[in-house]
Ligand binder design. Structure first.
Ligand SMILES: [Mn+2]
Length: 417
C-alpha cells in the first residue's frame, strides 16, 4: 500500500548522509534486573525497522566517502560454549539474509573498525538515534557514544537520526499492516478464552492468566504492554496494573491488552460484566461509550486533524451525559473522561507520529473513548485499532465482539464448560 519496505528504508536514511558522514545504530541490550539477572530484551524499534534484525548487542554502521556508501552490521559472535548456557545465536548468513546487508562482522570488531574509519580524518558528521529521553533516566547506548565522540572527536557534528526514521515509521507498509492484523487476531483469541473462563471470585490476574495462556498457545510469547485487568472501581484508574483484586458478582471488568506479533503491537480494550449480563445502568453507560467510539471512527479519513478526534469524543460524551443527567454542564465532563481518544500504533504501542498533524493513508491509530464513574464503581473503555485508508478507515479489530449482545452471547457459552 503506502509505507516503504525494508531495503528502501535504509536508502532514505542514507540519502541524508553527506560525503564524510557516518551513522551508528544500536539494537540495544536488556536492562539489568537484580544480581546477574536481566529483564527481557526489547529491540530498538528504529534498529529493527531498518534492519529486520531483533537481537541484542547488534550495531549497524554506514558511511559515505568518495561518493560511495558502505554498510556493515555487527553481530554477536556465536560461541558454542556460551550457547550451552544462553541458547543459539544468529549466524552470519541469517543476519545477511534477513537484513539484506552484505557485510556482516562480529561485535568485537566494531571499535577497531570505527577507529580505522575515524583515523582517516575524513569524517565531519555522525548520525545517532538520539530519541528524546528523560534528563534523569539512564543513558542510552547512543547517548554514551555521543559523549565519547564529543570528548575524543570533538570536530564531528552529531546529528539526530531519530526524526528521519520516525517520519518513515508513521506510514505503514502492507507487510506491517499484516503483522498488526496477526497481533490483533491473536489478541481476539486471548480475549475469547478470558471471557469463556471469567467468573466472579477469580482474581484479576487469574483472568489475565487465561489471556496469556491463549497467546502462548497461539505461538506468541510477549504482550505489547503490561495487561490491564481492572474490576469495579479499579477501572477508573487508567493504567491500573496491580491486577490482584478478587472480582465480585455484578461488576464490570475493564481489559486493556494486546499481543505482540513480529514486534508489532495490538492495543485493544474491552469492558464486560463478570457475571455475564450487563445491568441496566452498566448498559446505559456502555452504550454511550460505544456511540462515542462510532462517532470517532466515522471521522477517520485522510486529511482529518488527529487532534480533532478527541473533540468529537468529548462532544458526543458531553451530549450523552447531559441527556442522562450525570452532568449538568459541559465543564463537568472532565470528572468522567480524562484522557485522549487516540494514539498511533505500530512497533510501539504508543507509536511515533505527529499529534498536531493530519491523518494520512497508512497510519494506524487507536479509537478508545472511556467513561469513568468512580462513585458508581464503573469504568468503561472500548478500544479498537484503525487503519487510515485511501478514502476512509478500516477497523482492523472489527472481528472482536463489542456490542452488548455479542459480549453477553460469548459469556452465555460459559455454561458449557
Ligand atoms: Mn491504547
Amino acid at each position: 500500500m503506502m509505507g516503504i519496505d525494508d531495503v528502501k528504508r535504509r536508502e532514505v536514511l542514507l540519502a541524508n548522509l553527506d560525503e564524510g558522514g557516518f551513522i551508528v545504530l544500536y539494537s540495544g541490550t536488556a536492562p539489568d534486573r537484580s544480581a546477574d539477572g536481566q529483564y527481557p530484551f526489547t529491540v530498538s524499534r528504529n534498529f529493527y525497522y531498518l534492519t529486520g534484525l531483533d537481537r541484542e548487542g547488534f550495531v549497524y554502521v554506514a558511511h559515505k566517502l568518495n561518493g560511495e556508501t558502505h554498510e556493515v552490521v555487527f553481530i554477536e559472535r556465536p560461541d558454542p560454549d556460551k550457547e550451552k548456557w544462553t541458547g543459539f545465536r544468529m549466524r552470519e548468513e541469517e543476519a545477511r539474509e534477513r537484513s539484506g546487508i552484505d557485510k556482516v562482522m562480529y561485535r568485537e570488531d566494531f571499535e577497531p573498525y570505527l577507529n580505522r574509519l575515524l583515523l582517516r580524518g575524513e569524517f565531519h558528521e555522525v548520525y545517532l538515534d538520539l530519541e528524546a529521553r528523560r534528563l534523569d533516566g539512564p543513558f542510552s547506548l547512543a547517548q554514551q557514544f555521543a559523549a565519547t565522540l564529543r570528548d575524543r572527536h570533538s570536530y564531528l557534528t552529531i546529528k539526530n537520526a531519530y526524526p528521519i526514521i520516525s517520519a518513515l515509521r508513521r506510514i505503514k507498509s502492507d507487510d506491517e499492516v499484516e503483522q498488526l492484523r496477526k497481533a490483533i487476531a491473536i489478541t481476539g483469541t486471548g480475549l475469547e478464552r478470558l471471557w469463556l473462563y471469567a467468573r466472579p471470585g477469580l482474581t484479576e490476574y487469574q483472568l489475565e492468566a487465561h489471556f496469556d495462556f491463549a497467546l502462548k498457545m497461539a505461538g506468541v510469547q510477549e504482550t505489547a504492554f503490561p495487561t490491564i485487568v481492572a474490576s469495579g472501581a479499579n477501572a477508573t484508574v487508567l493504567h491500573y496494573v496491580e491486577n490482584n483484586r478478587v472480582t465480585q458478582e455484578g461488576e464490570l471488568v475493564l481489559l486493556d491488552l494486546g499481543a505482540q506479533f513480529g514486534n508489532y503491537c495490538a492495543d485493544i480494550s474491552r469492558t464486560f460484566p463478570i457475571s455475564g449480563r450487563f445491568t441496566a445502568r452498566q448498559k446505559e453507560l456502555y452504550e454511550i461509550v460505544l456511540k462515542t467510539q462510532a462517532a470517532v471512527i466515522a471521522a477517520v479519513r485522510p486529511g482529518f486533524p488527529m487532534k480533532e478526534l478527541n473533540e468529537i469524543a468529548k462532544k458526543t460524551l458531553t451530549e450523552e451525559l447531559l441527556r442522562i443527567g450525570l452532568i449538568k454542564e459541559e465543564s463537568e465532563l472532565g470528572r468522567y473522561y480524562y484522557h485522549n481518544v487516540s494514539h498511533f500504533l505500530g512497533l510501539d504501542t504508543h507509536d511515533v507520529g505527529v499529534y498536531d498533524g493530519e491523518l494520512e493513508p497508512g497510519m494506524v491509530i487507536t479509537a478508545e473513548p472511556g467513561l469513568y464513574v468512580a462513585e458508581e464503581g464503573i469504568g468503561i473503555r472500548i478500544e479498537d485499532d484503525v487503519l487510515v485508508t485511501a478514502d476512509g478507515a478500516e477497523v482492523l479489530s472489527r472481528a472482536i465482539p463489542k456490542q452488548v449482545e455479542e459480549i453477553e452471547a460469548v459469556m452465555a457459552t460459559r455454561e458449557r464448560l
